[in-house]
Design a protein around this ligand. Structure first.
Ligand code: NAP
Length: 305
């Protein structure tokens, strides 16, 4: 429950730092043995939305001491050219982690290309082998944002067993994998989406509420159970005349009013975002180590491995 001082703020920057400290010895061991991880982000064209995301990754990699490079293909590239570039990265023994930056230019399908990434280098956990392992309760390289949500929930110290967890949004990179991971922790999971009838009735049942939609103010105070743990994945730029940029970033949850009811809540920015970058770095280290899949969900998400 929220304390007399208000809810616990699930501070993503502090958690990201804890994750870094936890994986530092593994990284040092890799560097000492001459195997410094090298992460390559492949992008096609220079979409400004991708830019901010890649900047965050580069900053994260620099902080961790992981080599990071961006390879840019011309915006006019076709699917065959992207496939070829991924093949070359798969083959390159100096590259230990690969990610394909989205969105791709119109006409190029992301899914088929993500399937071309060597699953052992798939540090975003988007290859069907890694997602399939997750489905079967074998944990390998898991989708970064989903795992970041689990790490933040874990940091709230809630015991998930038997709790009602509601996930709003069912994308392949966030909603679906987070639902599987919550299930692995024995929560009773409800997944909501655009066709869900009476969303508020579902979310009000949630002891743990994860929202990954991309709509500001989708979740208002009257949709939240008192004492819930709320994880806001959304990133939305809304107009703000007081800022030089003319916009500010908010999540999908009306923060102030929901915070007044929740036991714990993630801020936006400073919640899921920094932890996602930390998990990407953690995945990069595990990929460089040649991580075998794990069978024990109690080892999830981060701190025992
Ligand atoms: P996405 O692929 O667009 O998925 C959005 C999901 O929300 C879909 O399942 C959609 O359902 C559902 N939805 C749309 N409107 C809804 C409504 N009114 N009520 C309930 N569900 C609704 O998005 P995503 O990639 O998962 O990303 C979601 C948000 O998280 C975005 O704001 C994105 O920028 C952010 N994000 C943040 C991070 C981070 O590191 N912080 C990482 C990834 C994504 P239908 O498919 O049925 O329409």
């Amino acid at each position: 429950m929220s304390t007399p001082d208000g809810p616990t703020l699930l501070d993503g920057r502090a958690l990201a730092e804890k994750i870094r400290a936890k994986y530092e010895p593994k990284l040092e061991a890799l560097i000492e043995s001459g195997r410094r991880p090298r992460l390559v982000a492949l992008r096609v064209g220079e979409d400004p939305a991708t830019e901010a995301y890649l900047r965050g990754q580069r900053r994260g990699a620099e902080k961790w001491g992981i080599e990071y490079a961006i390879e840019t293909l011309p915006a006019s590239s076709d699917e065959a050219a992207v496939r070829k570039a991924l093949k070359a990265l798969n083959k390159d023994r100096g590259v230990t982690g690969i990610l394909l930056a989205l969105p791709l230019p119109e006409g190029i399908g992301a899914r088929g290309l993500q399937h071309q990434i060597d699953p052992a280098k798939d540090v975003e956990g988007v290859h069907p082998e890694n997602l399939g392992n997750c489905f079967y309760g074998r944990y390998s390289l898991l989708p970064c944002t989903a795992l970041a949500c689990m790490a933040l929930i874990e940091s709230s110290e809630i015991d998930l067993q038997g709790k009602n967890a509601v996930v709003v949004g069912h994308s392949e990179i966030v909603g679906k994998p987070v639902a599987l991971l919550l299930l692995a922790k024995d929560a009773t999971v409800t997944v909501c989406h655009v066709y869900t009838d009476d969303l508020a009735a579902r979310t009000r049942e949630a002891d743990v509420l994860v929202v990954a939609v991309g709509k500001p103010d989708l979740i208002r105070a009257d949709m939240v159970k008192p004492g819930a743990v709320v994880v806001d994945v959304g990133i939305n730029a809304v107009p703000d005349a007081t800022r030089k940029s003319g916009t500010r970033i908010v999540g999908d949850v009306s923060f102030d009013e929901v915070a007044a009811k929740a036991a714990a809540i993630t801020p936006v920015p400073g919640g899921v975002g920094p932890v996602t970058v930390a998990v990407l770095m953690r995945n990069t280290i595990l990929a460089a180590e040649g991580m075998p899949p794990l069978d024990d969900p109690n080892q999830l998400p981060l701190f025992n491995r």
